[in-house]
Design a protein around this ligand. Sequence first.
Ligand code: T3D
Length: 265
Amino acid sequence: MSVDAAQAPLLTASHGAVKVLTLNRPAALNSFTAAMHALLLRALEAAAADASVRAVLITGAGRGFCAGQDLNDPALAGPAADVGDLIERLYKPLALRIRAMPVPVIAAVNGVAAGAGANFALGCDMVVAARSASFVQAFSKIGLIPDCGGSWLLPRLVGRARAIGLAFTGDKLPAEEAARIGLIWQCVDDAALMDTALALATRLAAMPTKALAETRRALDDAIGLDYASALSMEGQRQSVLGRADDAREGVAAFVAKRTPNFTDR
Ligand code: T3D
């Protein structure tokens, strides 16, 4: 694995077809600054444009994953800052970029994920968390509402009762409980986190990437549709995917009893 810039607020590295992005402000639990936002968005755009990247893995340096907005960043916080403007300019583009990635995005949550840091992780396709990690909807404690997609994600992931409980109390939800209630995909021992997350990312990277991205889009879009419309939407997208190279390769490999080599993206 080759690291590009050891001191930057974001480290980027490649592990085969997996791009690994590491939030790197450990002294402030990797909370977001304007600089980190810019680097993260640029790194995601570069990964989206690079055909050799077939999965993205996001994690944090040190004992935290991400504590949300850096409440000390004078460029973003403080009395003069308009939080709504901040969301529109920085958090919304980030959340939408992740949701529109042409490849699967996995969060390897190594420690506490709070505020926008929690919802940034939950907006990824799959979340694997270390047993010592936790998820905190910290907003209510500073007079805000769940942002970075939290109002949309939480009730869909865990239902209204748990969403409102997490959002009202701002209590730390341990990773094991987060996995039990379906907020995240998996909780693993701390020592196994990166190996588990990388193995998952590598496995997904070898799968039909275009179909995975379309699966994400179909699941999100179906939420706003009635049953019949969802069935039609599925059919329309299967028409496109069914004619693509990956579907032909998948069927041919199945019939020939060999490992498929998927190339669409
Ligand atoms: O302007 C706006 O507000 C825009 C809003 C945007 C969206 C949001 O994300 S709002 C939510 C912002 N985040 C928070 O409110 C979380 C604040 N942090 C915490 O509640 C706790 O730190 C944690 C629950 C995340 C972790 O607790 P703990 O006890 O494990 O660690 P700690 O001792 O509190 O923090 C360790 C250090 O990180 C500490 O610095 P120090 O004392 O060692 O120099 C602490 O100040 C720093 N830190 C933690 N969170 C932030 C932070 N520094 C800046 N911004 C943070 N968000």
